[in-house]
Design a protein around this ligand. Structure first.
Ligand code: NAP
Length: 244
């Protein structure tokens, strides 16, 4: 990835942070997007810069088209190209369907699904011009299997799979690949919200016998974002310790 430019949405914490660090270790210059946690973003920036790469941190809501356009333009103006996009920003608003509000449904679809759509749209012109691009969308095992209490989240992540496979077909002839990773249960702030009983039940359903780490997901994303993965497109790579 030496000299390549990567945009990572939601790069301040968790899986996105681990992706940024792995890409920096491989020599990519980075645009790290985050929603509001500037302190976490600055910490990730410093950790990536330690690998000797250039890093730009940009606050922005991936569900706002103007923010996505601003992020893509800044990447081009600063580094001259957009080679890799990782659509990682995501949220949960869990509840059983009968108790789920319309707002909670809309918020999750907006960030997880529409946000990925808008970012792909924002980088697509530049990637077409370059005749090179690697897009990695972060779906979830829940989008493949379903999960009680996550109708909104599972719908958004299943949507990401359909979007990945469709856009892959649209741009394959232009040297652009579009793939997804589907993480299982990964130790981050997102899963820290789960009750101890829920974590225990989840861990018991993982053949590998442990929760995943953000680094487990970052390694898979790095493969799909590499030049070597040129003939892999429209795929969903589960990173779930054998869960699904
Ligand atoms: P996390 O620790 O909660 O971090 C979420 C990241 O997304 C943060 O950087 C946050 O920025 C950013 N973000 C949230 N809303 C945003 C928005 N509207 N615009 C821009 N950035 C936004 O989450 P995580 O566990 O690392 O999850 C990362 C991705 O992996 C998500 O798509 C999630 O659905 C997926 N995933 C996670 C798991 C898991 O077990 N953890 C499993 C499967 C899939 P701030 O720091 O500024 O808030």
């Amino acid at each position: 990835m030496k000299g390549k430019t990567a945009i990572v949405t939601g790069g301040s914490r968790g899986i996105g942070r681990a992706v940024c660090l792995e890409f920096a270790r491989r020599g990519a210059n980075l645009v790290i997007n985050y929603a509001g946690n500037q302190a976490a973003a600055q910490e990730t920036v410093a950790a990536c810069q330690a690998f000797g790469v250039s890093v730009l941190a940009l606050q922005g809501d991936v569900a706002e088209e103007a923010d996505c356009a601003r992020i893509a333009t800044a990447a081009c103006e600063t580094f001259g190209s957009i080679d890799i996009l990782v659509n990682n920003a995501g949220i949960t608003r869990d509840n059983l369907l009968m108790r789920m509000s319309e707002d909670d449904f809309d918020a999750v679809i907006r960030t997880n699904l529409k946000g990925s759509f808008l970012m792909m749209k924002a980088v697509s012109r530049q990637m077409m011009k370059q005749r090179y691009g690697r897009i990695v969308n972060v779906s979830s095992v829940v989008g493949l299997s379903g999960n009680a209490g996550q109708v909104n989240y599972a719908a958004s992540k299943a949507g990401v799979v359909g979007m990945t496979k469709s856009f892959a077909k649209e741009v394959a002839s232009r040297g652009i690949t579009v793939n997804a990773v589907a993480p299982g249960f990964i130790e981050t702030d997102m899963t820290a919200k789960m009750t101890e009983a829920a974590v225990k039940a989840a861990a018991a359903s993982i053949p590998a016998g442990r929760m995943g780490t953000p680094e487990d997901v970052a390694a898979a994303a790095a493969f799909l974002a590499s030049q070597e993965a040129a003939y892999v497109t429209g795929q969903v790579l589960a990173v779930d310790g054998g869960m699904y």
